[in-house]
Design a protein around this ligand. Structure first.
Ligand SMILES: *[C@@H]1O[C@H](CO)[C@@H](O)[C@H](O)[C@H]1NC(C)=O
Ligand SMILES: *[C@@H]1O[C@H](CO)[C@@H](O)[C@H](O)[C@H]1NC(C)=O
Ligand SMILES: *[C@@H]1O[C@H](CO)[C@@H](O)[C@H](O)[C@H]1NC(C)=O
Ligand SMILES: *[C@@H]1O[C@H](CO)[C@@H](O)[C@H](O)[C@H]1NC(C)=O
Ligand SMILES: *[C@@H]1O[C@H](CO)[C@@H](O)[C@H](O)[C@H]1NC(C)=O
Ligand SMILES: *[C@@H]1O[C@H](CO)[C@@H](O)[C@H](O)[C@H]1NC(C)=O
Length: 216
C-alpha cells in the first residue's frame, strides 16, 4: 500500500486563494526526508484545481466555489511497520508555511486546508465543502479509509461536532476529529492565548510532530 503526503483544501460557500509557500516533510528515516523551497521544478502530484504559480507558490484553490485542490508528494512514503514499537516506526515530522487568503469582495471563505497521509492520491468519491475533499457522507468514518489528517478548519460543521469556526483537528478516517483545539497564539507579554482567525491572508507556519500513533 502506498502512503502519500498530501495537502488539500476545499472552498465551500465562497472563495479564497490558498497559497502554500513552503512545504517540508521529513520522515524519521534519513532517506525519507525532503524539503521544498517553493514548488518550481518540484513537480508534486496535484489534482483538482491546484496550480503551481510561476513564483513557485502552490495555490490549492482559487475563487471558484466548492472546488477541491490537492498536492501530493509524488512518491510513496515508507513507514516501517515491522518495528515492535509503533511510536518509533510511525513517527514523522512535517512543517510548512501556508496562507488562507480571503477574497476582497467577499470575505467569507471556505472551507479548510488539511495535511493528509493517505494510501491513494485520488480519493474517489470525495466531495468539497465540509467533507474537505477527503470523504463523502457514506465513506466518512470507515476504517477502510486509512486516512490521517490534520485539518485547519475555518467553518463550524455541527454534524462533525466542530467546536467552533476556527480550529485545528486531528482526524483518523473521519471528519469528526479525535482531538481539536481553537486556533490561537500565545502572547508572551500578556501571558495568555489570543484566538487566531485562519482566514487572514497572512503566512502561518504549521508543524506536525507525531510521537505516538495508533494504526489508521
Ligand atoms: C480556478 O481554477 C480553475 C482550474 O484552473 C479554472 O478553470 C477556473 O476558471 C478558476 N476560477 C477562477 C475564478 O479563476
Ligand atoms: C506492514 O504493512 C504491510 C502493508 O500494509 C502489511 O502487509 C504487513 O502485514 C504489515 N506488517 C506488520 C508487521 O504489521
Ligand atoms: C524496521 O524496524 C525493524 C525493527 O525495529 C528494524 O530491524 C529494521 O531495520 C527497520 N527497517 C528499516 C528499513 O528501517
Ligand atoms: C517507543 O519509542 C518511543 C519514542 O522513541 C519511546 O519514547 C518509548 O519509550 C518506546 N517504547 C518502548 C516500549 O520501547
Ligand atoms: C462515496 O465515495 C465512495 C468511494 O470512496 C463511492 O463508492 C460512493 O459511491 C460515494 N458515495 C456517495 C454518497 O457519494
Ligand atoms: C495556551 O494554549 C495552549 C495550547 O492549547 C495551552 O497548553 C496553554 O495552557 C494555554 N495557556 C494559557 C495561559 O491559557
Amino acid at each position: 500500500m502506498a502512503a502519500a503526503a498530501v495537502l488539500r483544501s476545499i472552498p465551500i460557500l465562497m472563495t479564497f486563494l490558498m497559497l502554500l509557500e513552503q512545504f517540508a516533510l521529513s520522515h524519521s528515516q534519513v532517506e525519507n526526508q525532503f524539503i521544498f523551497n517553493g514548488f518550481n521544478g518540484a513537480n508534486p502530484h496535484h489534482n483538482g484545481i491546484a496550480e503551481i504559480q510561476p513564483n513557485g507558490l502552490l495555490q490549492l484553490t482559487n475563487t471558484s466555489k466548492r472546488q477541491i485542490g490537492r498536492a501530493f508528494f509524488p512518491f510513496p512514503l515508507e513507514f516501517n511497520n515491522s518495528s515492535s514499537n509503533i511510536s518509533d516506526s510511525l513517527s514523522f515530522s512535517a512543517n510548512f508555511v501556508f496562507a488562507i487568503v480571503p477574497e476582497e469582495t467577499d470575505p467569507i471563505g471556505g472551507h479548510a486546508i488539511a495535511f493528509i497521509i493517505a494510501p491513494t492520491m485520488e480519493l474517489t468519491g470525495a466531495i468539497s465543502n465540509q467533507y474537505l475533499g477527503l470523504f463523502n457522507s457514506s465513506s466518512n468514518g470507515l476504517s477502510s479509509n486509512h486516512v490521517f489528517a490534520i485539518e485547519l478548519d475555518t467553518v463550524q460543521s455541527p454534524e462533525f461536532g466542530d467546536i467552533n469556526g476556527d480550529h485545528v483537528g486531528i482526524d483518523v478516517n473521519n471528519l469528526r476529529s479525535l482531538e481539536s483545539a481553537p486556533t490561537a497564539y500565545f502572547v508572551e507579554d500578556e501571558g495568555q492565548n489570543r484566538s487566531l482567525e485562519l482566514l487572514n491572508g497572512n503566512p502561518m507556519q504549521l508543524w506536525i510532530d507525531s510521537r505516538k500513533w495508533t494504526s489508521c
